[in-house]
Write a protein that binds this ligand. Sequence first.
Ligand SMILES: NC(=O)c1ccc[n+]([C@@H]2O[C@H](COP(=O)([O-])OP(=O)(O)OC[C@H]3O[C@@H](n4cnc5c(N)ncnc54)[C@H](OP(=O)(O)O)[C@@H]3O)[C@@H](O)[C@H]2O)c1
Length: 265
Amino acid sequence: MKFKDQVVWVTGASSGIGEALAKALAGQGAKLILSARRVEELERVRNECGGHNAPLALVPMDVAELDSIPDKVSQALEAFGRIDMVVNNAGISQRSLAMETGIAVDQRLMQVNYFGTVAVTKALLPHLVRQGSGRIVSVTSVVGKFGTPYRSAYAASKHAVHGFMEALRAEIAGTGVKVQLVMPGFIRTQVSVNALTGDGSALGAMDQAQAQGMDPDEAARRILSGIETDALEIYVGGPKERFGLFLKRFFPGRFAKFIASAKVR
Ligand SMILES: NC(=O)c1ccc[n+]([C@@H]2O[C@H](COP(=O)([O-])OP(=O)(O)OC[C@H]3O[C@@H](n4cnc5c(N)ncnc54)[C@H](OP(=O)(O)O)[C@@H]3O)[C@@H](O)[C@H]2O)c1
């Protein structure tokens, strides 16, 4: 029960991994702040986490609206008077070849996945440092470690989060604030349905790999276990994606051939 009475803020809590994390944390007795754009979906998650009597606050927000974020962070801090852990989980994916992807799509992926994460982190950081404790957990992807076809903008946005968070971790070492990265492989969520195609419209369909991916509740269980062990990077997914991580790290030339022929769409 490591998270009992801990105040945890989960972004992207209206669906998928964020929703599963919220439910798992509620089950452990955490105090929750849940964010996403769709208020009715946040209300549904709240009901499934114990309803209005549960220690749970909703702070609806769009992480792409960067100017609004300092105010949203203040609202989140006011909910329970402190925050022990933020999970930067809100995100969107992509399904389009780089050559067929408008630059506005690249910008949108960076805005939500990278700048949204950075803005939340920067606004919250002074409070965590002053507190002398806390965790900044960012859900990136295995695609934060290697690029795969159809995900050039997505991979770039997740690599960017890795770069930012590694630099931040070094800067705030010794403050008591921990920086952790979660790298999911294929998890069975709405991520491919919501993924942007080259013209900026949503794919609107579940990928086969996604449909066969890990159950989000199992992913949430593994993510929380990884966080508890203070792991710097937490991999969650199947053996194929883990193999990709291994190959990219130790045999980058072989990885380049492997990924060019992989059926990853
Ligand atoms: N599923 C996978 O296989 C997989 C693999 C690797 C990494 N990931 C990462 O895991 C995270 C969660 O994705 P998921 O798989 O759970 O997908 P999902 O079911 O589509 O959930 C995405 C969540 O992000 C929120 N969101 C999207 N855009 C937002 C915005 N502009 N502002 C605020 N919230 C926003 C959505 O809520 P609203 O629409 O209500 O705003 C939703 O709660 C993402 O960062 C994704 O890149 C997923």
